[in-house]
Ligand binder design. Sequence first.
Ligand SMILES: *[C@@H]1O[C@H](CO)[C@@H](O)[C@H](O)[C@H]1NC(C)=O
Ligand SMILES: *[C@@H]1O[C@H](CO)[C@@H](O)[C@H](O)[C@H]1NC(C)=O
Ligand SMILES: *[C@@H]1O[C@H](CO)[C@@H](O)[C@H](O)[C@H]1NC(C)=O
Ligand SMILES: *[C@@H]1O[C@H](CO)[C@@H](O)[C@H](O)[C@H]1NC(C)=O
Length: 392
Amino acid sequence: MARPKFRVFCATMMMLNLLVCVLVAVSWNLKLGGSDREAVRIPSARFWREQERSRSFWNKEQQLLDFVHSPVFRSAPPGWLNDTGPLDPCAPDHRVPAQIQDYNTLPQHLQDFLLHMRCRTHPVLIERPGLCEVAPFLLLAVKSMTPHFDRRQAIRQTWGRAGLRANRTVVTVFLLGGAESTDHHPDLRGMLGHEAERHGDVLQWDYRDAFYNLTLKEVLFLEWFGRSCPGARFVLKGDDDVFVNTPRVVAFLEGLTESRARELFVGDVISDAEPHRDPKLKYFVPESVFAGRYPPYAGGGGYLYSGELALRLRNASRRVALYPIDDVYTGMCLRKLGLAPEKHNGFKTFDIEEKYRSNPCMYRSLMLVHSQTPQEMMRIWSWITSPELDCQ
Ligand SMILES: *[C@@H]1O[C@H](CO)[C@@H](O)[C@H](O)[C@H]1NC(C)=O
Ligand SMILES: *[C@@H]1O[C@H](CO)[C@@H](O)[C@H](O)[C@H]1NC(C)=O
Ligand SMILES: *[C@@H]1O[C@H](CO)[C@@H](O)[C@H](O)[C@H]1NC(C)=O
Ligand SMILES: *[C@@H]1O[C@H](CO)[C@@H](O)[C@H](O)[C@H]1NC(C)=O
């Protein structure tokens, strides 16, 4: 008589158990959310994307560098290594003409660039050791060329005067390439030597100082910085035909918070640009050489960044193939670090409107203005340093 009752009891208990299990399972499901659980599903196919070899020369070189520096792969797929070029990176790379179908129609300077694109080391010809003996607050690194004696002198007498500025050490250095009497230039080596001895602010490397070698200047400068001036707090890198309002720059830098100062990179930022495809333009780069858009970059007339970032940029630049346009190249290195330059309205690397050019007060509020003759530099400097100038 007790048996059927026991069976009913057992069945009831099992049903209850099942109900509890279902309830627990449903509540778990709700808590996790269906999609999260979906995410841990093991993929049935290969989950990384096989990288396709680009058809553009620069992109191909970059893919190779990415492989070499990748912590996972460490070397490129075997088929890619067939075209690694000559062992000596500074020997002309004769596989280039065969790899770029329109090579023979490219402008001479672009051909020169491509042939020597892998060469990054050139000996120093002139340098003053101990230039940064006292780590400067601000290092002014000015891209110049040997014949520009008057520009350098105007800078020394105005915005680039080394020494104390508002109680902060400012050091100026002029960056130069070779001064050989090639390319029909007169031999100015003697005069340059004299200038370097007198002022001690010339840094010269032995390579051809051409427009498409400005990226080389950038890379050589970053390497020099890491070796010889790593303690500088900030760096302003600019052309020798810009005017820099150094007192304003120093005041701006002093006002930065510690965290902002460390990753500082400000200038006249150009975003979402594309290479010029018209062979008549100065910045022409064909599709066979580079494909894609440019990262945001600061116009090469002048930009300001922290010394700490300069050291990181030096490291990053070793992993970025040289690109013929130096400011775009610096943007590429920043992107490698996961950073982007910040736009600051005080940087005018393109000319300012004519009506403002002769307004003294205009220059008090700016940090950097492009395209000034040595004479204009002297005049603007006298304006902004004049105690009588009253700008509301
Ligand atoms: C690599 O080079 C060898 C000999 O130079 C050639 O036989 C082979 O086809 C090349 N492989 C590729 C993937 O280009
Ligand atoms: C200048 O800097 C030095 C050391 O950094 C400091 O001792 C001195 O008080 C400063 N002078 C002024 C006027 O700020
Ligand atoms: C850059 O400099 C190197 C070394 O002097 C030279 O071989 C090369 O032709 C130069 N590049 C350009 C574009 O002039
Ligand atoms: C640069 O790389 C070197 C090693 O190659 C490393 O020791 C150093 O910390 C790096 N510097 C920065 C600022 O990332």
